[in-house]
Write a new protein. Structure first.
Length: 158
């Protein structure tokens, strides 16, 4: 077992436990409106996915060519500035989602992240920023019957 990864896995699992607890505080949906999944289902699915991956983390060195030595070498590099810029952009997105709503925020993220990461082929970027959020929204609203909040600007579709 890799000690550093074990410590990281324990921190991640503690975070998952705390987040899972928060999902137990969600309001229950009235049976009249509960024709599909409840509000805690998707967050719990994500939390369980992260927890399962965290359980595998201390054993990662067994699955990588070069093992523990290669992992430790790769981790000696500094975290790039773009990582912090991406985190900042995503925090900004979380801050404005209540105002913009889910659909408009998805368009914003689909345009802003590739631009931040250096994508400058606008022939690809513009259709992606429109079609990908549209496809996700249609999947959720039409197939899964989960509707997105339009936000305070009341812009949205579905």
């Amino acid at each position: 077992m890799h000690r550093t990864d074990l410590g990281l896995a324990l921190v991640i699992l503690a975070g998952c436990g705390l987040l899972y607890y928060f999902t137990t505080t969600f309001e229950e949906v009235s049976p009249l409106f509960a024709d599909n999944i409840g509000p805690a289902w998707f967050p719990r699915l994500m939390i369980w996915s992260v927890a399962v991956l965290a359980l595998a983390l201390p054993f990662e060195h067994r699955f990588v060519a070069g093992g523990r030595k290669r992992l430790d070498e790769d981790r000696s590099d500094r975290v790039r500035g773009i990582t912090f810029l991406t985190a900042g952009l995503l925090l900004l997105v979380v801050a404005v989602i209540d105002l913009l709503g889910m659909a408009l925020t998805a368009v914003l993220v689909s345009a802003a992240l590739p631009l931040l990461w250096g994508e400058r082929r606008y022939r690809i970027l513009i259709p992606f920023a429109i079609l990908f959020p549209l496809a996700v929204t249609l999947l959720f609203t039409q197939v899964l019957k989960i509707y997105f909040e339009p936000g305070k600007l009341a812009l949205g579709f579905g």
